[in-house]
Write a protein that binds this ligand. Sequence first.
Ligand SMILES: NC(=O)c1ccc[n+]([C@@H]2O[C@H](COP(=O)([O-])OP(=O)(O)OC[C@H]3O[C@@H](n4cnc5c(N)ncnc54)[C@H](O)[C@@H]3O)[C@@H](O)[C@H]2O)c1
Length: 336
Amino acid sequence: MRKVTLIKGDGIGPSIMDAAVAVINASGANIEWVEAEAGLGAYERHGTPLPEATLESIAETRVAFKGPLTTMVGEGFRSINVELRKEYDLYANVRPAKSWRGVKTRFEDVDIVIVRENTEGLYVGLEHYLSPKKDIAESLAVVTKAGSERIVEYAFQYAIDNNRKKVTVCHKANILKFTQGLFLNTAREVAARYPQIEFDEKIIDAACMHMVMRPEQFDVVVTTNMFGDILSDLTAGLVGGLGLMPGANIGADAALFEAVHGSAPDIAGKNIANPTAVMMAGVMMLHHLGEHEPAQRLQTALESVVNAGEFVTPDLNPNSKTGTSGFAEAIVAALR
Ligand SMILES: NC(=O)c1ccc[n+]([C@@H]2O[C@H](COP(=O)([O-])OP(=O)(O)OC[C@H]3O[C@@H](n4cnc5c(N)ncnc54)[C@H](O)[C@@H]3O)[C@@H](O)[C@H]2O)c1
């Protein structure tokens, strides 16, 4: 049995995580869940959004499966997602966006993997006011050569391991000549070591336009923290929305798997949240744990239910009366 720390999270978290755990258990994977708390709920219950027991659990299991956590905007504690990535040095955020046969969108053949640098850039939390009146504020972006090198290496290695053909680096080195320039120059150096993989460079704003006009020209995309955050929501939009987009946060000796979306307070408690993204994150986690067969079985069952379009949540089929739990039951039935 492989131990995994399970954090159900806030808002829609408990409902989609219960659904995901049910289908992972039914896939035949050898997992022992170790429940831990984090987020707004943990803060209300324990006075801290990231209890020591949760950190200890992840330090022991080295693998976490996490629901979305609510972050207060502009006040209160810092994002726990950012804290967890920092604590375990989860430097690679991998977000695959692939078209689903049964989900109608503008494009049919999107297959893009965003590899986002997860520990540096503008999200390092170096922010302050520059005036007592608090009418001037400053944020600092930190980019290091070592940090850039390991994320671009990760992207190329991912391309090789997953039979991908091309890596595109997205940057803004034309304006931010130091931070983004360092990232781009390092990417060029790393790319030269992988002649078998095609390398392309795009300025981030142009990349956004290209991506919504001709997404098929993108394969693996590597970029800095904030650009990756934004670009991955864009790719989620190309394949049917946030409810379908999984994410893996990978470090040298720990990993955390989650959906890209947040805690969706607008639909919490209604049993209508789509659990597909977090189930796909579960598939990524099973591969990471070497449980390839259960991972494949789960993916096939999930695809069959999503593509049939009948027992899915209303965001995928507005005529459907199926809720989050009914969706999971349909996948468990498909697994049997
Ligand atoms: N990884 C994380 O834990 C994470 C990521 C993003 C945002 N957040 C936090 O979540 C909270 C809410 O953020 P937000 O509203 O900007 O973004 P959100 O992703 O929670 O919601 C954006 C929109 O997408 C919809 N949506 C999201 N997930 C869905 C799903 N599974 N099924 C169907 N519809 C879904 C929501 O109903 C909402 O209309 C904030 O506190 C934010 O900080 C957490």
